[in-house]
Design a protein around this ligand. Structure first.
Ligand code: AMP
Length: 143
């Protein structure tokens, strides 16, 4: 199983925000889209970073309400760990656990091609476990 399997189900749409936008814009975006992170893009539309609700929390904890007028670029993580469509699910879990983050942008042919969150991984794993249990139940019933 790979990233491709997850993207085939959830789609490839990625919520992005420009690096030159304000933190208050990012909060509006995360709130209205009910998501935990947005991929940050530069002027050329290329991946420039990632901004998660944790970055917002940290910024407000340090600077109070004044942080809302800061640029997204000041608080995003610029060194983004990414994966590809063929990256395996186990690798994704290791990357998230070791990196202590819950979002992984997918890059294909140098372009943003999706985003996998820890919620997607949990959902996928639950479906897998359920399918295994069903197969065992079917096997026992017909044995
Ligand atoms: P998260 O757990 O994804 O909400 O993010 C926790 C922290 O890790 C925040 O500072 C994010 O900017 C950062 N982060 C999130 N995803 C990634 C990623 N794929 N690569 C590097 N840093 C990330």
């Amino acid at each position: 199983m790979s990233v491709e399997t997850i993207l085939a189900k959830k789609g490839r749409d990625v919520v992005t925000i420009g690096a030159d936008r304000l933190l208050s814009d990012a909060i509006d975006l995360l709130g209205s889209r009910r998501i935990g992170a947005a991929v940050v893009t530069g002027a050329d539309g290329a991946l420039a970073g990632i901004l998660s609700e944790r970055d917002v929390l940290r910024a407000v904890a340090h600077r109070g309400a004044a942080a809302l007028d800061d640029g997204v670029a000041e608080h995003m993580t610029a060194n983004v760990v990414t994966c590809g469509p063929s990256t395996g699910i186990d690798t994704l879990m290791s990357l998230m656990t070791e990196g202590k983050f819950r979002h992984l942008p997918v890059i294909e042919d140098g372009r943003l091609a999706g985003l996998v969150s820890i919620g997607d991984l949990v959902k996928h794993r639950l479906a897998e476990v359920e399918a295994e249990h069903q197969a065992l139940r079917d096997y026992i019933a017909t044995a």
